[in-house]
Design a protein around this ligand. Structure first.
Ligand code: GAR
Length: 188
């Protein structure tokens, strides 16, 4: 049995999808969900799924090594970022080489970087006149959204696309592909 820890800052629909997916099998267990937002929707979802959840505030995070020690306490084989908006500190990256994956709601290397998350990404994609968007699953390094790409999946952009309709299409891709790619990483 391989263990994953999920880091999430927001609504947590991907976190819940991963829990549901992996609990139906016996190969991967979500041992904890960690959030840097005390009011994140993901906290309620974790409770509903009966997965241990730790939420911390920025004050706690100022302590050196806080996030690394918290993650290490769950002894994960893989750290999964699912809508986690805080920067992963260097000590965490060093402690987990090729063992932290991020999900990004666009086709990197375009539309990534600091401040590019959620609807900001979808608005930028539509405004730029792109004909397709998609998801990118990539390794995490010290720069935002710049680690080696593991997998991408695409969707077309309709002429009347809105950030909301594009977000819905992106979630469909995320729910389908993220569990599959995580399984491939842990069971190559
Ligand atoms: C997801 O679409 C994910 O790709 C995106 O945030 C959303 C979280 O939704 N991540 C980023 O934008 C990271 N730069 P969720 O909380 O419902 O899973």
């Amino acid at each position: 049995m391989k263990k994953i820890v999920i880091l999430a800052s927001g609504n947590g629909s991907n976190a819940e999808n991963l829990v549901d997916h992996f609990h139906a099998e016996d190969k991967i267990r979500v041992v904890a969900i960690i959030s840097n937002n005390l009011h994140a929707g993901v906290i309620e979802r974790a409770k509903k799924c009966e997965v241990p959840c730790v939420a911390f505030n920025t004050f706690a995070a100022r302590e050196a090594g806080f996030l690394r020690k918290l993650i290490q306490s769950f002894e994960p084989d893989l750290v999964v970022l699912a809508g986690f908006l805080a920067k992963i500190t260097e000590d965490v990256i060093v402690a987990y080489p090729k063992a932290i994956v991020n999900l990004h709601p666009a086709l990197l290397p375009k539309f990534g970087g600091k401040g590019m998350y959620g609807d900001f990404v979808h608005r930028a994609v539509i405004a730029s006149g792109e004909r397709e968007s998609g998801i990118t699953i990539h390794w995490v390094n010290a720069q935002y959204d710049a680690g080696e790409i593991i997998a991408q999946a695409t969707t077309e952009i309709a002429p009347d696309e809105t950030p909301e309709s594009l977000a819905a299409k992106i979630h469909v891709l995320e729910f389908e592909w993220f569990p599959q790619i995580i399984t491939k990483i842990l069971y190559p």
